[in-house]
Design a protein around this ligand. Structure first.
Ligand code: AHM
Ligand code: MG
Length: 332
């Protein structure tokens, strides 16, 4: 089915969040505020990304700019911006970031939520003006309010997410999120500085004809992944791989398709990180009617053991994921 333009036209992210919150009279509004904090940081990061080309002219990471200040890489800048927004916001008591080994305590011990994020994914694409993204995942803490967050707050498992989303810095900047009641997509209007609802109740087409993976790893893929990819080619499906997870995922979400980061002999868990890449994107895809597997298991059912653990990812249109599973079963 087609994802049509949402109505009413002209709904800002803030208004949408407010309207949604009104549907849940017992909600405290903190999750809503947290989403607004993420959106604010996204606007700032978006601005920094737009200037990235100019940064190259004025000096790279490690170099000093004309003011004599140390310039920082964009992924470091993004990390700082999101952390700062969440600290200022007050709803998140701790943050797990791809950029930091350990969790970051925000100082808001009264906060009810924790956030796991990849502040700027696809960082190898920054230098060449290719789309990049931010991915985030939200949990309600399990540790007592008023104390410091613990590892258990982050290792609850994908099904315990209360919200997840991403920001795509592409030809348009978009924020896509879900709090478990469908997927909404907002497009940033630069001149107004606002995110506007562009698609509500986003559903991924059940059937897709696009596969996205790094085929350079072909000889390291399991045999069943190769049979599946061969089948895609026999059916004359399209191969599309940007190498920016959020961008590949976003295209597949709207047009149908599958994204694969399989295990290899060397990296038996693939490359992508479970807590801030696999879980949030799997949460969104299930909300959009698609599927996400890490092999035989649903991504959301994998038990987390560590902050930065990796997991294979097969995610997208349900028919394509089913065909992949058929190849796996046939080989077993
Ligand atoms: P990163 O978190 O270091 O940026 O790595 C994640 C990225 C994804 O955006 C992308 O899909 C994948 O790595 C590409 O990996 P590869 O170059 O192995 O195909
Ligand atoms: Mg990443």
């Amino acid at each position: 089915q087609e994802n049509t333009l949402a109505s009413p036209v002209g709904t800002t992210l803030d208004r949408y969040i407010m309207r949604k919150q009104a549907e849940f009279p017992f909600a405290t509004g903190e999750l809503s505020q947290l989403l607004r904090d993420m959106a604010l940081a996204a606007k700032i990061v978006n601005r920094e990304i737009n200037r990235a080309g100019l940064m190259d002219i004025t000096g790279n990471y490690g170099a000093q700019n004309v003011q004599g200040e140390q310039q920082q890489k964009l992924d470091v800048v993004a990390n700082i911006r999101f952390i700062r927004a969440l600290k200022n916001g007050g709803e998140a008591c701790a943050i797990l970031s791809e950029e930091d080994d350990e969790i970051i305590h925000t100082g808001n011990d009264q906060g009810r939520y924790v956030v796991a994020m990849d502040p700027l994914d696809g960082s190898s694409n920054i230098d060449v003006n290719v789309s990049i993204g931010t991915i985030f995942s939200i949990y309600r803490r399990v540790s007592p309010i008023g104390t410091k967050a613990t590892k258990e707050d982050f290792l609850q498992g994908g099904r315990k997410q209360v919200g997840a989303g991403y920001i795509l810095y592409g030809s348009s900047t978009m924020l896509v999120y879900s709090t478990g009641h469908g997927v909404a997509c907002f497009t940033y209007e630069h001149s107004l500085g606002e995110f506007f609802l562009s698609h509500d109740g986003v559903k991924i087409p059940e059937q897709g004809t696009t596969f996205s993976c790094n085929e350079g790893n072909w000889y390291d893929y399991p045999e069943w992944v190769r049979s599946y990819l061969t089948q895609c080619k026999e059916r004359r499906y399209s191969g599309r791989y940007i190498g920016s997870l959020v961008a590949d995922y976003h295209r597949n979400l709207f047009k149908g398709g599958i994204y694969l980061y399989p295990p290899t002999a060397k990296n038996t868990n693939g490359k992508l990180r479970l807590l801030y890449e696999g879980y949030p994107l799997a949460f969104l895809i299930e909300q959009a009617g698609g599927k996400a597997l890490a092999g035989t298991e649903a991504v959301l059912d994998i038990a987390p053991v560590d902050y930065h653990q990796r997991a294979p990812l097969f995610i997208g249109s349900s028919d394509m994921v089913d065909d992949l599973v058929a190849c796996m079963v046939a080989e077993a």
